[in-house]
Design a protein around this ligand. Structure first.
Ligand code: BEZ
Ligand code: FE
Length: 286
């Protein structure tokens, strides 16, 4: 082996890490070394900075538990989660695009009837979300599963509330004509967790740590590409600065504010409420 120099070290490391039988792992590792070395060379990292980075990564790892994933948050705020999502869900024009899953999805939400309230007893402005699930050919999709989760009107998810039962989450199914109806409360914009190592880093920037108001959806039906996405409230003050880069144009939706009176459920509301119309378009596929 030639003696190591600053100039030849990257080539030597790539050459050694080519010695991996699995071609995909070989490709990933050699590319990682190339870009990691490129980064270290470009910024000429100091020993003190590298020690700080290792310490930060160590503390980030120590923060991760069953309930909290600080590394995913790092991936989110650096735009990597959305890049992975975009590469893995290159859908046809017209199909509802995907966006980040986020850490707050809970499996096995209760199944509710069309129009049933998934926000019973929760703070917030009443909000009806309805529309159709269709294929790219415009045909209605019957029995599509819509797994829905969001914050309450205080900006808190179930995991952030001291609650026994399900909170602001439910599963709905589209009817024979592809229609779905959800009753909830309007979500509000919220901050990502700032009490960990990501927060520590963000505090040293001028970057907003807020997400615009949104409702999460996982929509699936046999024979169609499953999507995980959000709808975002048009006009939200954080819509252009989402800290996790999740906002895509087709996902921005008008939350129409209606005056007090008869709601789509037939009940009378003494306060104004939101009426939101949104159609999901699924691409055929696995
Ligand atoms: C969310 O939308 O729930 C979320 C996504 C990424 C980071 C934090 C929260
Ligand atoms: Fe969210």
């Amino acid at each position: 082996m030639p003696h190591v120099t600053e100039a030849n070290l990257t080539d030597l490391a790539i050459e050694r890490w080519k010695n991996i039988p699995d071609p995909r792992l070989r490709r990933i590792m050699t590319s990682l070394i190339k870009h990691l070395h490129g980064f270290v060379r470009e910024v000429e990292i100091t020993e003190a900075e590298w020690a700080t980075a290792i310490d930060w990564l160590t503390r980030t790892g120590k923060m991760c538990t069953e309930k909290r994933q600080e590394f995913i948050l790092a991936s989110d705020v650096l735009g990597v989660s959305m890049l992975v999502d975009s590469i893995n869900h290159r859908l046809a024009t017209g199909a509802t695009p995907t966006t980040v899953t986020g850490p707050f999805h809970v499996h096995d939400s209760p199944e509710l009837e069309q129009g049933a309230n998934m926000a019973d007893g929760a703070p917030g402005i009443p909000c009806f979300v309805s529309g159709f699930v269709r294929g790219l050919d415009g045909k209605p999709i019957k029995g599509a599963v819509l797994d829905v989760w969001q914050t309450d009107g205080d900006g808190l998810y179930e995991a952030q509330r001291d609650t026994d039962g399900p909170w602001l989450r439910a599963i709905y199914r589209s009817g024979a004509d592809g229609a779905y109806v959800i009753r909830t409360v309007a979500p509000v914009g919220y901050t990502i967790p700032m009490d960990g190592t990501i927060g520590e880093l963000m505090q040293r920037t001028k970057i907003s740590h807020m997400r615009p108001a949104h409702i999460h959806f996982l929509v699936e039906a046999p024979g169609y590409h499953r999507i995980i996405t959000h709808i975002f409230q048009a006009g939200d003050q954080y819509i252009d600065t989402d800290v996790v880069f999740g906002v895509k144009e087709p996902l921005i939706v008008n939350f129409e504010k209606k005056p007090s009176g008869r709601m789509p459920s037939g009940e009378t509301s003494k306060a104004p409420f939101y009426d939101v119309k949104y159609d999901f378009t699924l691409q055929p596929g696995a």
